[in-house]
Design a protein around this ligand. Structure first.
Ligand code: ZN
Length: 178
């Protein structure tokens, strides 16, 4: 197993939709193992393949209830509204209150090739939505209202320029990022 470099904001691989996976093969199993090691090391509670530079539609997660892998995930139902202070491993040290559906139903395929049909609520539902967004090439900052998105982009731009961001109101120690 190996800890893989996590791609961060500005890396174009994070903005490209991933491709469906046709076969579960040994290379995919090794990628899953490496992604778990990378996620636990970060630490985080979810990690999408393109966050480690692999354009394949798969994510791993563990919100504290044990590890899971979903290949070719799709959210097929969602309802409710829920606010969660959401962070992302690809946008280190930033977190934002984001409203998204409280519950989702996610379908996909497991590493054993079996069909998955998962109902999720609150943190797990948030994790699933965040990771599916990654696989669609969508980042957390795109889920912010325009004003906070501008503020977040300003912070990220300053950070890229090495100007630091201690003055920013949106910089907060993130909870377990996704
Ligand atoms: Zn993320």
């Amino acid at each position: 197993m190996a800890i893989l470099p996590i791609r961060t904001y500005g890396d174009p691989v994070l903005r490209q939709p991933t491709g469906l996976i046709a076969d579960v093969d040994g290379a995919l199993v090794r990628l899953v193992e490496d992604m778990f090691e990378t996620m636990y090391d970060a630490p985080g509670v979810g990690l999408a393949a393109n966050q480690v530079g692999v354009q394949r539609r798969m994510f791993v997660y563990d919100i504290g209830d044990g590890p899971g892998v979903v290949i070719n995930p799709e959210i097929v139902e969602s309802d409710g509204d829920w606010t969660y202070y959401e962070g992302c491993l690809s946008i280190p040290d930033l977190a934002f209150d984001v409203v998204r559906p409280k519950r989702v139903r996610l379908v996909g395929v497991g590493l054993d090739g079996e069909t998955l049909d998962l109902e999720a609520d609150e943190v797990l539902a948030r994790c699933f939505q965040h990771e599916v967004d990654h696989l669609d090439g969508v980042l957390l900052v795109q889920r912010l209202d325009p004003e906070r998105r501008r503020e977040a982009k300003r912070v990220l731009r300053n950070r890229a320029l090495g100007n630091g961001d201690a003055e920013s109101p949106v910089v907060l120690a993130g909870r377990s990022p996704l």
